[in-house]
Ligand binder design. Structure first.
Ligand SMILES: [Zn+2]
Ligand SMILES: [Zn+2]
Length: 81
């Protein structure tokens, strides 16, 4: 009896346990490669939260739901003298 295989919450295909991340937003697991040597598709990406200096993961499903793909453009106003 094989182990229960987990499915990607984005594409629905079987996950590689070594190259999997859990989405910080929906909690679903998705394909993400952890080695540059691995040739595989990715179903999500890293998201840098500069405000809290943390790295989060976002699956493509959540990325598509986000209103801005560019990230918040909230730079502090330039002080001009
Ligand atoms: Zn996938
Ligand atoms: Zn997600």
């Amino acid at each position: 009896m094989a182990e229960q295989e987990e499915m990607c919450s984005v594409c629905g295909e079987v996950l590689d346990p070594d190259n999997t991340s859990r989405c910080s937003f929906c909690g679903g697991k998705f394909h993400m490669k952890w080695s540059v040597k691995v040739e595989m598709k990715e179903c999500g990406r890293f998201v840098m939260n500069e405000q809290f200096c943390t790295v989060m993961f976002m699956c493509n499903t959540c990325a598509a739901r986000m209103p801005s793909q560019q990230g918040p453009q909230q730079e502090p106003p330039q002080e001009t003298w």
